[in-house]
Ligand binder design. Structure first.
Ligand code: MG
Length: 295
């Protein structure tokens, strides 16, 4: 299944794709009012709720055209948005870093979550804006101390992530929290593809294009610490909850590593695509004044 969230006049609603071409959306609030109000709630409600979603996808009387719906991130309100740095050898080498012995996790603040086709803001305070096309995992159940051989059981599904990065802010502090967390700098989606739809998440092609020009092209098979290892390490420390997002790192081809550097500018369009999962396409815009105070 492909679960998504779309904006309606009364707020963000959960939906599921259907149709031969997957281009129709069943509005789950209408199709089954007994379902929780959002995708995170549906994940929290567990397998029975997902079965109800599957029934709604099959039986709903009406649906909506996907290309007319403004999509939000499939989980618009995750409680954690984690990511891992230096997890692909080519990217480690292009930035002149050493191969890590332990996964380098950091937080993107959840206020940076952004929709799959929404504008990414270029704030005045940033000088070096960059992209990182990545595979993301969405957690499907509350879990702790998950051994790697059971990690697949706690994965609800996969998303495309652009781990938008302000390189100048990233360089100022080892934690990376500031450089990774500007508002709007966490687009993901376009929908959550459930884990049963993907044979091998470590064999997916990721591409990133800026204004149509190919910048990144790599396989998720080249991770240093694979998804299962990441879940095992994170859940050793804290409880993972339904809707939490873990982004698996990026490979080579980021703007910072180009000569001359290929940082983003206002007016650019960044497209990140993963085979089988869809794509993000975010324009870079000046941060609008209304985003600054009382946002
Ligand atoms: Mg990254």
């Amino acid at each position: 299944m492909r679960l998504l969230s779309f904006r309606a006049p009364d707020g963000v609603r959960p939906g599921v794709l259907r149709g031969e071409r997957g281009d129709r959306v069943v509005d789950l609030r209408t199709a089954d009012p007994a379902l929780p109000e959002g995708v995170r709630g549906i994940l929290e409600a567990g397998p029975e709720a997902l079965e109800a979603v599957a029934r709604a996808a099959e039986r709903a009387d009406s649906d909506l055209p996907l290309d007319e719906l403004p999509l939000a991130a499939p989980v618009p309100d995750p409680r954690k948005f984690l990511a891992i740095g230096r997890n692909y050898r080519d990217h480690i080498l292009e930035l002149g870093n050493a191969l890590p012995e332990f996964p380098l996790f950091f937080n993107k603040q959840v206020t940076c979550v952004n929709g799959p086709y929404d504008p990414v803001h270029y704030p005045e305070a940033v000088e070096k804006l960059d992209y990182e096309g990545e595979l993301g995992v969405v957690i499907g159940r509350r879990c702790r101390a998950v051994p790697r051989e059971r990690a697949l059981d706690v994965i609800a599904g996969y998303v495309v992530v652009n781990d938008v990065t302000s390189r100048d802010w990233q360089a100022r502090a080892a934690t990376m929290t500031l450089g990774k967390s500007f508002d709007t700098h966490g687009p993901f989606g376009p929908w959550l593809t459930t884990a049963d739809e993907i044979d091998d998440p470590h064999d997916l092609r990721v591409t990133t294009r800026v204004n149509g020009s190919l910048r990144q092209d790599y396989s998720t098979g080249n991770m240093v610490f694979d998804l299962f290892e990441q879940i095992a390490v994170l859940s050793t420390v804290f409880t993972l909850e339904p809707g939490d997002v873990v982004s698996a790192g990026t490979s080579s081809g980021v703007g910072a590593a180009m000569d001359p550097p290929g940082f983003l500018s206002v007016g650019d369009v960044v497209r990140v695509e993963i085979e089988g999962l869809g794509w993000l396409e975010n324009p870079i815009v000046e941060e609008p004044p209304e985003a600054r105070v009382g946002a």
